[in-house]
Design a protein around this ligand. Sequence first.
Ligand SMILES: [Zn+2]
Length: 189
Amino acid sequence: MLTTNEESPVDLVTSKDELVSQAPTPIVFQCKNCRVIIGDSFQWVSNNETLNLITLQALSRVVEVSNIMETSRDGEDIGSTFFVLNCGKCRSFLGRKYITSSRELDSLRDLYSLDVSAIDSYQLGTFLIEDGQQTNFKATPSVCSLHTQQLKMERVLLTLNERISNLKEKLEKLKSTVELRRSKRISLN
Ligand SMILES: [Zn+2]
């Protein structure tokens, strides 16, 4: 369910400061029941809209991984095995750590997948209150907006990569010019 009013992707940027300013704002994930912090978007790997999951590389220590392996009996992940993730503070269900899966769900394996309906999120820099008034209210980011942010981050990294390879190319050219001049000088002597 993609919204149409998403911001345009990152344009080709020209300075380091611009790159920093266009990087997505970090998001903190909380247990919906007790509000304890369970992870953040720096650990973001992917999202799955069909399964309603946000997958992170690591979670905070408060999250407990069950030691009984279970098997999914229906849905898109049918047949997959997983350990259940529970909130260590209030015992609420938070998500799954997939151990085996179908090929389509390979990207979830051995990672921590949070059930979107079991968590809340807080985007840093939003919900600011000034003089008793909420000045910069933004709705809780949906899986979609998180995905958009991920895409933006990828674009930023790609641009950086491109620039590094350009610099490397220039450096190589410079090196070969220097080598050429040096060898000419040697042959003249
Ligand atoms: Zn909790």
